[in-house]
Write a protein that binds this ligand. Sequence first.
Ligand SMILES: [Zn+2]
Length: 82
Amino acid sequence: MARSKAEDIPTDAMFNPEKYGYEECSHCKGFGSSLKDPEGVDTCTVCGGPGLVFNLKLTKQETEAFEKLIKERLQIEGCHGA
Ligand SMILES: [Zn+2]
């Protein structure tokens, strides 16, 4: 289950990535675009733009707990209706 689309990341996680199990994208260093990507590609191919990636080093339990937190937060922020 890849969590890399910008719309899947709560706004609050942009400010507190570690609170939601995210870490800075090592490909673009959090800028959202990278010179390592092909010419004409202005969005980071790893994180898809937000500059954050879900921390894949977490255990399954930790991941599930964060996923739950993210889902709840997205509902609070109203990005994803019912
Ligand atoms: Zn990136």
